[in-house]
Design a protein around this ligand. Structure first.
Ligand code: DCP
Ligand code: CA
Ligand code: CA
Length: 374
């Protein structure tokens, strides 16, 4: 067997088609052939608000997520279009059922939104993309048979390629990109297709005459670094050549745990306040023990009598799960805080983060980019 075939991971991205609108069709199949627009009404006037999503019949008229409702109505004038308010609870319920089906198809599973999940299928496919395609077909027919929903699947050697390949053909699509197809597949696509490249970054890249992913891959890394900094430049370059090592891993594991409480009376007195924070530390500690988490960062939050919020934190050299250490650091942070300020506390909180179990360098990067986009 070829070595490269064995070394490659196989990752799937499953994304449900026109999800909220498809859920609405599910409970009322008679609307299926009409334009269906799911709306978030702001309630100010009858038609104020935005389109959450629309089925593909409505999209053919130019209706899109985020569009003002009045504009969608204009585009769908003289059609039998159906406008419905969002019903998150119903969509969550259906999402939950689909996700539990998808989990059954994965070695490792990671839900990334209400209608989307990554499945690492490397082990169960023995690293064969042919087998990966079969599994993807099974996923699609399983979801259709059990929940009567269509979805689109992208299969690739990592999350990045899986996600971009899912975008290639929608709805009810299946696109497989093998490692030796990656360069040809990515090259002609616009840079905005790279995960994390939003409107702002796209503009900056276009100013550098970077339009396609191929342009990006050829752009001098030092030049990119000068514009975007080393971390992002490295990420962009790697992405442009299809490199992405981010593991598929279960979310839902918190990235921080915090507890907050209101004091019996406003105070600046350390002993009185630590009585409360000791309680909070115990609660937090019992959670970490249950989940087997060790933490490196301890933080406090003080909400003052004027409702201003103050935070302080300390990061340890090594992760710990020791309750006494937690209590001591909290006390130390509080003592320092009250020495430095005149603040009188109304509420106090404790937060731990930076868990040792987490692999998160890339996730932090993507989170960072999302926060800086748009
Ligand atoms: N959504 C929203 N507002 C947006 C984008 C999305 O309320 N601007 C909601 C409605 C969507 C759901 O999130 O149904 C999933 O978003 P997707 O981006 O996956 O879009 P769809 O599933 O609607 O369509 P597609 O078939 O393109 O995946
Ligand atoms: Ca979707
Ligand atoms: Ca989605």
């Amino acid at each position: 067997m070829e070595e490269s075939a064995l070394q490659s991971r196989i990752v799937m991205l499953v994304d449900l088609d026109y999800f909220f609108a498809q859920c609405e069709e599910l409970r009322n199949p008679s609307i299926k052939d009409k334009p269906v627009v799911v709306c978030v009404y702001s309630g100010r006037t009858e038609d104020s608000g935005a389109v959450s999503t629309a089925n593909y019949v409505a999209r053919a008229y130019g209706v899109k997520s985020g569009m003002p409702i009045f504009l969608a109505k204009k585009k769908l004038e003289n059609t039998s279009a159906v406008f419905l308010p969002v019903d998150y609870e119903f969509y969550e319920e259906i999402s939950g059922k689909v996700m539990s089906i998808l989990k059954g198809f994965a070695d490792h599973f990671e839900q990334v939104g209400i209608d989307e999940a990554y499945l690492d299928v490397t082990q169960r496919t023995g690293g064969s993309f042919e087998e990966g395609r079969k599994q993807a077909e099974n996923v699609k027919s399983g979801v259709l048979r059990q929940e009567k929903l269509t979805c689109t699947v992208g299969v690739g050697p990592n999350k990045l390629i899986a996600k971009i390949s899912a975008d290639a053909k929608k709805p009810d699509g299946l696109t497989v990109v093998t490692p030796d197809q990656v360069t040809a597949f990515l090259g002609p696509l616009h840079v905005s297709r790279v995960i994390g490249v939003g409107a702002k970054t796209t503009k900056r890249m276009e100013a550098l005459r970077i339009n396609t992913i191929s342009d990006l891959s050829k752009y001098d890394v030092q030049g990119l670094t000068a514009v975007f900094g080393k971390t992002l430049a490295t990420y962009f370059h790697n992405a442009s050549v299809g490199i992405d090592d981010e593991p598929v891993q279960e979310r839902g594991e918190a990235t921080s745990i915090s507890r907050i409480a209101t004091l019996k009376h406003n105070s600046r007195e350390l002993n009185f306040i630590t009585e409360k924070t000791d309680e909070l530390c115990r609660e937090i500690h019992s959670t970490t023990t249950k989940d087997g988490l060790a933490f490196k960062t301890v933080g406090i939050v003080v909400i003052a009598t004027d409702m201003s919020i103050h935070t302080r934190s300390k990061t340890l050299e090594n992760a710990t799960h020791d309750l006494d250490t937690l209590r001591e650091i909290v006390k130390e942070l509080l003592e320092k805080f009250f020495n430095q300020t005149e603040v009188e506390a109304r509420r106090v909180g404790v937060r731990i983060s930076n868990f040792a179990k987490e692999q998160k360098s890339q996730r932090q990067l993507l989170t960072f980019m999302k926060e800086h986009e748009d």
